[in-house]
Design a protein around this ligand. Structure first.
Ligand SMILES: [Mg+2]
Length: 314
């Protein structure tokens, strides 16, 4: 699904060249970008690759009909969130019921009025964006705007299983601001909040669009870096670390903020489930703390169990 500020892209899946010609012209006039597929399989492939804002789906097509296409779109986690408007030559109520039961957002009978269709497209796109905002609001940390811990737990499981299936690298980082309690006590809680927000800002600057930055709790953050080797993850952490250390705090010029980072990545032993990943990153973080703070430490098996990670290390 595309960000809100871009023109919506509609994917039309219909076997009729006439409908394609009609909509291509009319919708382009309305500022809606247009992708064309003339069969169900072609449409499914385009949907997955292009992630359109909306799909207009013909019911009656040879080989694979619109209901089967809809069923497959809704069964795939990548495409299930794309709103679908069904187009049908007949307005049979059984067809409508079937379409809604399978998860279509709207149903339009041919021949249709293009202005009405345009209005329905815009309303479906808006509704979907709104639903997504609401969904995201429950997953976002209010103070920093980063993902929250509940979402982190969900995504870590998902990303680990994707990495396992594809066999690609993935890294996990736990980081913690140094001496944060003292900072709060000395400068006050508004300063503490400003630091958390400033740190989140540095993370947003340094991470790639598909990295996942979360506020894990208090002054602790967790970063999931899909596709990153441990060296690449360490490089990212080092840039974040240096930026935070060098950052000037406009309202609090006397502030000096640093952070400690623990990194773990695929390929190391003992990383089985999400909990063992978190534990390994925590161990590395603890080693960074006990090694003097303001540093990045990589997990290795020698950071043994005798070193208990202490969340209160500060
Ligand atoms: Mg047809």
């Amino acid at each position: 699904m595309r960000p809100q500020d871009q023109a919506p892209i509609a994917l039309l899946i219909d076997d009729s060249p006439y409908i394609h010609r009609l909509l291509a012209v009319k919708l382009k006039d309305e500022g809606i970008e247009f992708l064309a597929a003339f069969s169900g399989p072609e449409g499914l492939e385009l949907a997955e690759v292009q992630m359109p804002s909306i799909i207009l789906l013909d019911v009656n097509m040879p080989d694979m009909d619109g209901f089967e296409v809809l069923r497959r779109l809704k069964a795939d986690t990548r495409t299930m969130g794309i709103p679908v408007i069904m187009l049908s030559g007949q307005a049979k109520s059984t067809d409508k019921v079937m379409a809604f039961e399978l998860g279509a957002m709207d149903f339009v009978a041919k021949p249709f009025d293009v202005h009405e269709l345009r209005a329905r497209i815009n309303s479906a796109v808006r509704l979907t964006q709104l639903m997504r905002l609401l969904e995201n609001a429950a997953r976002i940390d209010g103070l920093t705007g980063l993902w929250n811990r509940a979402y982190f737990n969900e995504r870590l499981e998902a990303e680990l299983s994707v990495a396992q299936r594809k066999g690609g690298p993935i890294s996990l980082v736990m980081c913690d601001l140094d001496h944060f309690k003292k900072l709060n006590d000395t400068f006050g809680h508004p300063a503490g909040d400003a630091v958390l927000q400033g740190f989140a800002q540095v993370l947003r600057q340094e991470l790639r669009a598909y990295d996942i930055a979360c506020r894990y709790g208090g002054e602790e953050f967790a970063l999931i870096l899909p596709g990153a080797t441990i060296q690449e993850a360490a490089g990212v952490c080092e840039r974040v670390r240096a930026n935070v250390e060098a950052k000037s705090w406009r309202k609090y010029p006397k502030l000096a903020v640093t952070g400690s980072f623990g990194v773990t990545a695929s390929g190391l032993s003992g990383l089985n489930d999400a909990a063992s990943w978190i534990e390994a990153a925590d161990r590395a973080l603890y080693a960074a703390k006990s090694g003097g703070r303001n540093r990045v430490r990589l997990f290795d098996e020698r950071l043994g169990a005798e070193q208990q990670p202490l969340r209160m290390a500060g």
